[in-house]
Design a protein around this ligand. Sequence first.
Ligand code: ADP
Ligand code: MG
Length: 259
Amino acid sequence: MTPTSSTRPIDPMLEIRSLQKSYGQLNVLNGVDLKVAPREVLVIIGPSGSGKSTLLRCINHLEEPTGGQIYLEGELINDTGRSRKDFEKHINHIRCQVGMVFQQFNLFPHMTVLENVMEAPLLVLKKDKTTVRDNALELLGKVGLSDKTSAYPSMLSGGQQQRVAIARALAMEPKVMLFDEVTSALDPELVGDVLRVMEDLARDGMTMLVVTHEMGFAEKVGDRVIFMADGVVVEDASPQAMFSNPQERRTRQFLKEVL
Ligand code: ADP
Ligand code: MG
């Protein structure tokens, strides 16, 4: 949530310029421009196939953009001019700073909840085990799973697994968190707990990009909403303006169908 008391202009945490992504002949992102301020919660809505996941995946380097630039705290993070080896190191460095949670939780099935959360900081950040363990236990407390640290993923509900996935991403101490329809695969009664964890995170000041169909969450927690269609940002507004007074025909059409 963006602080309103600040008088100096805030440099963007994330800036995206003219981002393009094609798969062969298919142009999925057609020049996306976007700035996200520190502590801002940006909600991304739009029809299926409009490029929302591709946008997040480009930011996290799961996909390589075809054109355009992505800056994290002013640093260009998709510089393809580097040698392959340097670039791979660079990608790992970025992945540590940008956390992502997916619709499918992708937990390691053979590891306990605690081990899942400890794995990346131990292996990638090479932190000492006691620090990593203390931090993991604290994060599992935050997502309401202190009593499940020794459980295996298969013993948990979808909502619990998704909260482990969030804790696991947070364990890398990212600067930005990306959420891609993280409640879409959950039974309705499990959605609330996951959304509450995300709301707490927003309140703690995490910079977040959230692709979701949960319009209630968008309205309550979002600082800004963008509507994407055909690989571009069609409309960019406050939640109130987006939902009560959308300016673009395509936004109105979409909202009529989902609200
Ligand atoms: P959204 O998340 O908004 O539903 P996506 O970003 O997943 O949209 O997909 C946008 C378009 O890109 C779709 O037409 C999809 O089929 C296509 N697409 C996504 N990933 C790939 C891929 N790896 N190869 C080819 N086409 C893809
Ligand atoms: Mg998607």
